[in-house]
Design a protein. Structure first.
Length: 134
């Protein structure tokens, strides 16, 4: 997809006579990106800010298909964040998400976790996500 977000969603830049807040600066940068330009950090922030959720989900699935442990601050952060999204947004990629869940469960067994209990936390997140997409 080569269209920029601002073209897809008919967005306007945030402008102000004063300095923009960091979130406003990020938004202006984000809407200038194409789907290919969106980073994990962008997806996580889109979810936190409840902006462009369908687009965020689409990109999240793409990222998770490559790495189910993807995250910015910790392993599995992206899976954790999408498990918090309303299930209505899962309809787009349900089959792909089911494969991501299966992949996550399979790979969690052999993964080298940072601390005791991290694996259990990850599996709980995966199970929550599985329940939402079922």
């Amino acid at each position: 997809m080569s269209e920029k977000i601002k073209e897809l969603y008919d967005c306007e830049y945030v402008t102000s006579d004063e300095a923009l807040y960091p979130l406003q600066e990020w938004y202006n940068t984000l809407i200038d990106k194409t789907m290919d330009d969106i980073t994990i950090a962008d997806v996580l922030r889109m979810i936190r800010q409840k902006m462009f959720i369908k687009l965020a989900m689409q990109k999240a699935v793409e990222i998770l298909q490559r790495n189910v442990f993807a995250g910015e601050l910790y392993d599995g952060q992206l899976l954790d964040k999408i498990s918090e999204i309303d299930s209505e947004f899962f309809e787009i990629d349900t089959e792909k998400l089911k494969l991501v869940v299966k992949d996550a469960l399979d790979k969690s067994e052999a993964y080298e976790w940072s601390y005791d209990g991290e694996k259990e936390e990850f599996i709980e997140i995966v199970k929550l996500l599985a329940k939402k997409i079922a």
